[in-house]
Design a protein around this ligand. Sequence first.
Ligand code: SF4
Ligand code: SF4
Length: 207
Amino acid sequence: MAMEMIKGLATTLRELGQKPTTVSYPEEKRQLPPRFRGRHVLHRYENDLERCVGCFLCAGACPADAIYIEAAENTEENRVSPGERYARVFDVNLLRCIFCGYCEQACPTGAITLENIYELASTHPDDLVYHKEQLLEAPGSATRGSLDAWSAPAPEETTTPLPGRQGFFDGQPATAASVGQGDLPAEQEIALGDEQMVRDVAAAEEA
Ligand code: SF4
Ligand code: SF4
């Protein structure tokens, strides 16, 4: 007992001089990584036209069914985007969203990105369905958002998270897993448990 107390006290004393890892939020805020995926932003071009062309690709890619779009036709009197259509309604339900970024990757025009906006709490579920008016950049403030951070090469330590050979897809280097090349021959039996479990399963199958 006494030994444990001494050990605990030693830990306390050791940590006394260390810099704290906590921050005094909300007065103080952490510097977030450039690829942090927070709330969505809809972007404009420099001429203020909306980048979104109402193609629904983001909604189709979303695994959580969190995006709702109603598209409308552009006309010469009312041109909102450079394409045939624009998003008349664009809602993102942040209660469903898992912040995976698939919508950003699916978008052909760079219209939607996930930004470092993380103060999203509310006691009213309706507040967490963000509408186009809240998501869209203000006129005259066109940015590319986090697109530049994502187009830069990934840090060395994150490029190949899975063991495997380097492969190529469309002339670009890709992980072995992404081009369907595993290191194990397809015929090789893969043990999902320990050897005893494999023997038990085999015996059960024979019985
Ligand atoms: S981040 Fe993922 S879950 Fe959220 S809206 Fe985009 S695709 Fe859907
Ligand atoms: S945000 Fe992009 S993917 Fe989604 S509807 Fe608009 S243009 Fe298409």
